[in-house]
Design a binder for this molecule. Structure first.
Ligand code: CMC
Length: 445
C-alpha cells in the first residue's frame, strides 16, 4: 500500500481487519490491551483505557510539534517525503505545473475534480468578478505607515474582510461558503497588489477582468500610464506555476492554523488571516525572503564555503534547505528551478543565482547536509524569480499566501464537513507546581 510519510494512510479509509491491531503490555500493571490499527494509525484516545488504577486519567501520547500525529483524515494532498512525491487530489504536481493553470488547480483542490470547460469558465467568471475591494478597504490600507510590511497589511486586511461580509459566519451554509471562496481567491491578489502599491506611494490599480487571474495580478502590481496593461506571457506563466506549486501542502503550520481557528467556527476571513499569520514566519512562508537575505549576506560565490562552515558550526540555518516532510529533493524546487531560467531569459540573469547554485552544489555534497537529508525546498529558488520580476523581498510571503489560499479554503471546508472533527484542543503534560499557599505581597521576599 502506498503510504505517505506524514499522514495516516492512502486515499481510502480501510475497514479494520482482525489482525490490524497493536498489542500493548503495560509493564506497570502487567495488563494487555488490544488497540485497533486503521489506515496505519492507532487512535490516541484508545490509549486512555490504559490506566494504573481507576483514578488514573489514562495514558496520553506526547508529541511536541506533531512529529508523528495525524490530526485529520484528508483527501486533498498526498506527499511522500522520502520519494519526493507531491500530488493534489491524485494528480502529480509536475503534470499540473505543466498542463494546468492556477485557477484550474484551485478548482481541483477545492472541488476534488478537475473542471470541464464550462465549469472552468463559470469558476473563472465568479472568481474574477470578486476581485474588487470595497472602497473603504482602500482607506483602511491608506492608514498603514509607508514602510509597513505587506504581509502584515495582507493579514490585517483579510481579517478586516470579515467585517464587510458578516454573512460569512454562516459557515454551515454551502452557498455562503462558495461565495466566500470566490471572494477570498478573488480578493487576495488585489489586497496583495494594493499593499505593494501603498509601500511605493503609487495609486492603486483596479482589477482588469479581461486578463487572466495572474495577468490581472501583474496588471495591479505594475501598471503605470499605459491605457491597457499587457502582461509578458512568460512572466505570467511563471507566476501562475508558482501559484500552482504553493496551492496546498497538507497539514503544514499555516494549514493547521486555518483548521485550528476554523474549528472554533470563526468565519473564513478570520481563519485565513490566522493562517496567513502562521505563514509569515521565516521557518515557513517567510523563508523565501530569508533565502534572498542570506544570498545577499554571502555576497559572492567565493564566500559560500565559509558561510556553510558557519551554518555547520550552529550559527544559523541554511535558509531554503530542509523540510519537515521532504527528506529528498522537494519536487516543487525542481520545477521552480526550471521556471527561474525562463524568467531570467526575459528579465536577465539574477546575479544571486550563481551564489545559490554554489550553495546547492556544496550542500548536496557535504556530509552535514547529506546525513540530515537536507535538500533545497520550494523557497530556495522562488525568491530569485520574484526578485527578477522586480518584486521586493517583503512581497515574497504575500505571493506564497495568494497560491496557498486555495489549499486553506479546501482544508477548512474539509474540516467543517468532517463529522469526527471538533474544536482543536491538544492536551498537555503539566510539570509545573502542585498547589501552593498564597504569600501576601508584604511577606514576599
Ligand atoms: N540548515 C542547517 N541545518 C538544518 C537546516 C537548515 N536549513 N534544517 C534542519 N537542519 C538541521 C537541524 O539543525 C537538525 O540538526 P541536528 O540533528 O544536529 O540537531 C536537523 O537538521 C533536523 O532538523 P529539524 O530542525 O529537526 O527539522 P524540522 O523538521 O523541525 O525543521 C524546517 C524543518 C523546514 C523548519 C528546517 O529545515 C528549517 O528551519 N529550514 C530553513 C527554513 C526553511 O527553508 N523553511 C522553508 C520550509 S519549505 C516552505 C514551507 O513549506 O513552509
Amino acid at each position: 500500500m502506498e503510504k505517505p510519510s506524514s499522514a495516516a494512510g492512502s486515499a481510502e479509509v480501510r475497514p479494520v481487519q482482525q489482525q490490524d491491531s497493536l498489542t500493548v503490555v503495560d509493564n506497570r500493571t502487567g495488563k494487555r490491551y488490544e488497540l485497533p490499527i486503521q489506515n496505519g494509525c492507532i487512535r490516541t484516545n484508545d490509549l486512555r483505557k490504559i490506566k494504573v488504577n481507576d483514578d488514573d486519567f489514562g495514558l496520553m501520547s506526547y508529541d511536541p510539534a506533531f512529529l508523528n500525529t495525524a490530526s485529520c483524515i484528508s483527501k486533498i494532498t498526498f506527499i511522500d517525503g522520502d520519494r519526493g512525491i507531491l500530488r493534489y487530489r491524485g494528480y502529480p504536481i509536475e503534470v499540473l505545473a505543466e498542463k494546468s493553470t492556477f485557477l484550474e488547480t484551485a478548482y481541483l483542490i477545492t472541488h476534488g475534480e478537475l473542471p470541464n470547460r464550462s465549469q472552468l469558465s463559470d469558476w473563472a467568471f465568479h472568481v474574477t468578478h470578486h476581485t474588487f475591494l470595497h472602497e473603504s478597504i482602500k482607506k483602511f490600507l491608506d492608514g498603514f505607515h509607508y514602510d509597513a510590511h505587506p504581509m502584515s497589511m495582507l493579514i490585517s486586511t483579510v481579517a478586516a474582510l470579515s467585517t464587510f461580509y458578516p454573512e460569512s459566519k454562516d459557515i454551515f451554509n454551502a452557498e455562503s461558503r462558495k461565495k466566500q471562496t470566490y471572494r477570498l481567491l478573488g480578493k487576495m491578489p488585489t489586497i496583495a497588489a494594493f499593499s505593494y502599491r501603498h509601500s511605493l506611494g503609487l495609486p492603486f490599480v483596479y482589477p482588469d477582468n479581461e486578463l487572466s487571474y495572474t495577468g490581472n495580478f501583474l496588471n495591479m502590481l505594475f501598471k503605470t500610464t499605459e491605457i491597457k496593461y499587457r502582461p509578458n506571457p512568460a512572466l505570467e506563466r511563471a507566476l501562475d506555476i508558482l501559484f500552482i506549486l504553493h496551492a496546498d501542502h497538507e497539514q503544514n503550520c499555516s494549514t493547521s492554523a486555518m483548521r485550528g481557528v476554523g474549528s472554533s467556527h470563526a468565519d473564513p476571513y478570520c481563519a485565513t488571516a490566522a493562517a496567513a499569520a502562521a505563514l509569515y514566519g521565516p521557518l515557513h512562508g517567510g523563508a523565501n525572503e530569508a533565502v534572498l537575505r542570506m544570498l545577499m549576506e554571502i555576497g559572492s560565490v567565493q564566500k559560500v564555503t565559509e558561510y556553510i562552515k558557519r551554518v555547520k558550526a550552529g550559527e544559523g540555518k541554511l535558509m531554503g534547505f530542509g523540510h519537515r516532510v521532504y527528506k529528498n529533493y522537494d519536487p516543487r524546487a525542481k520545477i521552480i528551478k526550471r521556471a527561474a531560467y525562463e524568467v531570467f531569459d526575459v528579465m536577465g540573469r539574477n546575479p544571486l543565482l550563481d551564489i545559490a547554485l554554489e550553495v546547492e552544489r556544496i550542500a548536496l555534497e557535504d556530509e552535514y547536509f547529506v546525513s540530515r537529508r537536507l535538500y533545497p525546498n520550494v523557497d530556495f529558488y522562488s525568491g530569485l524569480i520574484y526578485q527578477s520580476m522586480g518584486l521586493p523581498m517583503t512581497m515574497f510571503p504575500v505571493l506564497f499566501a495568494i497560491g496557498r489560499t486555495a489549499g486553506w479554503i479546501a482544508q477548512w471546508e474539509e474540516m467543517l464537513l468532517d463529522p469526527e472533527q471538533k474544536i482543536a484542543r491538544p492536551r498537555q503534560v503539566y510539570l509545573g507546581y502542585g498547589q501552593r499557599d498564597y504569600v501576601s505581597l508584604d511577606e514576599r521576599i
